[in-house]
Design a protein around this ligand. Structure first.
Ligand SMILES: NC(=O)c1ccc[n+]([C@@H]2O[C@H](COP(=O)([O-])OP(=O)(O)OC[C@H]3O[C@@H](n4cnc5c(N)ncnc54)[C@H](OP(=O)(O)O)[C@@H]3O)[C@@H](O)[C@H]2O)c1
Length: 212
């Protein structure tokens, strides 16, 4: 596949880039500066792009098989930029022949019980509520889209740099947690699950939760 990856300079984006390149795909990695450190591969090109500009996204996406996102509010950016970037991507792709995208989402909107989302639970950290709600707003925008082939891939409650083991489980709309309630995955294994979904498209139009 020839993949345009938005957020390629981010923590998860760098791992998705490595996973795609490892499997022989071509990657155009987008960051605002156009600089993406630490990737030296003939199948990788770093470009500058603003994920809040739909014309720019359309221009960048043209000629790719799929657009992937590991976008997030970096540094001092407001969390409100998340739904804005989701809307920009949708509007941008509608100007192109590219109809497939994968989106890295948030765990807060996943269900942990009947009619209860993770963000609504007592243990959910207060300081992460605005980010979780921004992810839910982004998901609701994506959920309304039926003319593009999207997969929304949500991490578990905890995701950190770690080992690439190849192990993971998935669930539709439901937080993936172990028997003791722990909900975790390494960023490397999340990248495997994300790229598996880009390759096989088993969960199109689905909120696909990933974890161990
Ligand atoms: N448990 C959870 O729910 C959970 C946990 C971790 C992460 N996540 C989500 O996963 C996503 C990725 O997380 P991360 O930790 O890898 O994020 P990160 O390291 O902060 O990376 C964010 C990426 O977004 C890009 N970006 C931001 N604004 C942009 C713009 N206007 N135009 C183009 N690119 C822009 C940044 O590029 P620049 O180089 O231009 O800044 C960077 O590549 C986020 O949405 C995050 O909230 C969820």
């Amino acid at each position: 596949m020839n993949v345009l990856l938005l957020g390629a300079s981010g923590r998860i984006g760098q791992r998705i880039t490595n996973e795609l390149l490892e499997r022989g795909h071509e990657v155009t990695g987008v960051s605002r500066s156009g600089d993406i450190d630490g990737i030296d591969d003939p199948d990788f090109e770093a470009v500058a792009g603003d994920a809040t500009d739909s014309d720019e996204i359309a221009e960048l996406a043209e000629g790719h098989d799929v657009v992937a996102s590991a976008l997030g509010p970096s540094g001092e950016e407001s969390v409100e930029i998340l739904p804005e970037m989701a809307e920009t991507l949708i509007e941008g792709l509608r100007q192109t022949d590219v109809d497939r995208f994968g989106w890295t989402g948030g765990a807060g909107g996943l269900n942990v019980g009947p009619d209860t989302q993770l963000v609504e639970t007592d243990d959910f950290p207060d300081e992460l509520v605005p980010l979780a709600e921004a992810h839910i707003d982004g998901f609701e925008l994506i959920l309304d889209v039926d003319d593009l082939q999207w997969s929304y891939v949500a991490p578990p409650a905890q995701i950190e740099p770690g080992e690439r083991t190849g192990e993971y489980r998935t669930a539709e709309g439901q937080l993936v947690a172990g028997e003791g309630g722990e909900s975790y995955i390494s960023m490397e294994d999340f990248a495997i699950a994300f790229v598996d979904e880009l390759e096989n498209g088993d969960s199109i139009h689905t909120q696909l939760a990933v974890g161990y």
